[in-house]
Design a protein around this ligand. Structure first.
Ligand code: ADP
Ligand code: MG
Length: 481
């Protein structure tokens, strides 16, 4: 190292320290929340010819900092003895991977002609493959690296949702007919997985598209925070500056008037500007209770893709793929089939069950067998057994009354079919945790009032007709066995 280089690095160190002090002052001035979102990402990058360069991950953040915090940064910076006289440039490095000290930031044309004091925004940013999503995650949420398309197993129950997600991910623009893309299905069936997969795909293949993924809860939190800090306008701008907005678990927005309102406006603005929206919920837009009608109907404008409960084949495929990714633990085929057969509630539980079995075997150092599996999963197996599905009820009841299962979904009104259908609706209400609209949907898209009527009618008949009541009790016993 030459003397000149040493001097440079000492000076650099001094300036870097000065920046650290300014940064912590900014932190106490603005408070943790704002600091974390906007100011903490500012990094000392280097210095050259009386200019100091700070870096931020994205252009958007740079502009935001410029319009909101530049003056304060400038003032605090000038309070630092070692920093006086330096002009600050804020840049977005072309590549985050570059060693910041090795490459001194080149002040740009814009910076060079800008005023000699204050914070100057250089124009030599270039969005790198990674920075867009990373910085957007300041406001959004982190993406799970395991949730990719490669790791998503496609089967009948999720093929539509998967195909739509792929279309949206692979397109460079909004996919007409798929905006918004509304993914819905029960818990643990892969909604979040698909959304992350879309984000990862775009991040890798189309890095200039700004993707923002966040939960509806986080959306609400950010909105309320923005109101508190009187930044509602900026909040709107922020969301409207993205190309692809994903809001997960939208059912959490229901009932919150002001957030719903904001969500609706953001939503409309984005659709009008031809931005892609992807929303998930645990039920279809029309079944979102506590949500304003106009919001609901707008949510259903694009493609509504339902993720159905898993089938045995899909569960088997998912298990197989998970096992392929695991270190060498021999799992007998019989055990895999047993799990796929028994843990039918959702994929999350299925994964959990597999992990438990493998962890147990590794810990005690004994091979996995059907017996150890049953033992380790006793509680889970019991819980899965007690759960009765609407499909099962329809099958049982159809069998009992000797009609076709498809008649459960039909609109036929003859008594011989309508009555068993009502019985099945009644039993669905009793034995599943599904809501009336959800049950109605399972019966060929009947209205929730039809289900309500069926429940009432069956109760009346049971009270009036003891033969009928016995019939129902028998069915209940079969279902519970
Ligand atoms: P949701 O958001 O619908 O509640 P998640 O997306 O969180 O469900 O999925 C729960 C778990 O199941 C995750 O670990 C996810 O990776 C896994 N999973 C769900 N569906 C599939 C699938 N088709 N293939 C592979 N893994 C899946
Ligand atoms: Mg989820």
């Amino acid at each position: 190292m030459t003397l000149a280089q040493m001097e440079i690095s000492t000076l650099d160190d001094e300036l870097a320290h000065a920046w650290q002090r300014v940064s912590s002052k900014l932190s106490s001035r603005y408070g943790e929340a704002i600091f974390k979102s906007w100011l903490k990402p500012l990094r000392y990058f280097g210095s050259k010819d009386g200019r100091v360069t700070l870096s931020v991950p994205t252009r958007f953040m740079r502009e935001w900092i410029n319009s909101h915090y530049a003056e304060d940064i400038h003032t605090l910076w000038n309070e630092e003895p070692s920093a006086q006289g330096y002009v600050i440039d804020i840049i977005v490095p072309a590549s985050q991977a570059t060693n910041p000290k090795a490459v001194a930031a080149e002040p740009t044309q814009a910076a060079a002609t800008a005023p000699t004091s204050g914070v100057v925004m250089s124009n030599n940013w270039q969005s790198s493959a990674n920075d867009t999503v990373e910085a957007d995650l300041q406001m959004g949420a982190a993406l799970d690296p395991r949730y990719t398309f490669e790791n998503f197993i496609v089967g009948k129950p999720n093929e539509l949702a998967h195909a739509a997600a792929r279309r949206v991910a692979e397109s460079a623009q909004v996919v007409s007919g798929c905006n918004p893309l509304f993914l819905y299905g029960g818990v643990g069936l892969g909604k979040t997985h698909l959304m992350h997969a879309i984000a990862w795909h775009i991040r890798r293949n189309n890095p200039e598209r700004r993707v923002l993924y966040l939960s509806a809860e986080k959306f609400m939190y950010q909105f309320i925070r923005a109101l508190r800090f009187k930044e509602a306008l900026a909040f709107k701008e922020y969301f409207r500056s993205v190309d692809v907005l994903m809001i997960d678990d939208v059912q959490f927005i229901s009932g919150k008037d002001s957030t719903q309102e904001e969500f609706f406006h953001t939503f409309n603005a984005l659709v009008d500007q031809n931005k892609q929206l992807i929303i998930s919920g645990d039920r279809s837009p029309s079944d979102l209770e506590g949500m304003e009608e106009r919001v609901r109907s707008r949510l259903g404008w694009g493609l509504v893709a339902d993720i159905h409960a898993t089938t045995y084949e899909l569960r088997l495929g998912i298990l197989q793929s998970k096992i392929d990714h695991m270190p060498n633990v021999p799992i007998p085929q019989k055990v895999i089939e047993f799990l796929a057969h028994k843990i039918s509630s959702n994929v999350r539980e299925l994964e959990g069950a597999l992990n438990r079995v493998v962890a147990h075997a590794t810990l005690v150092g004994r091979p996995i067998t059907l017996e150890t599996t049953q033992d380790v999963l006793r509680d889970l197996l019991r819980a899965n057994e007690r759960r009765i599905s609407v499909d099962e009820i329809q099958k049982q009841v159809a069998g009992h009354y000797n009609i076709k299962v498809s008649d459960m979904h039909s609109a036929r009104r003859s008594r011989a079919i309508a009555r068993p259908r009502q019985v099945a609706m009644y039993l669905s209400k009793r034995f599943t945790s599904k809501s009336l609209p959800e049950i109605g949907r399972k019966f060929g898209g009947k209205d929730h009032t039809t289900v309500m009527h069926a429940v009432k009618r069956v109760e009346e008949l049971m009270a009036a007709d003891s033969e009928f009541a016995k019939d129902i009790e028998l069915l209940e016993k079969i279902l519970q066995s």
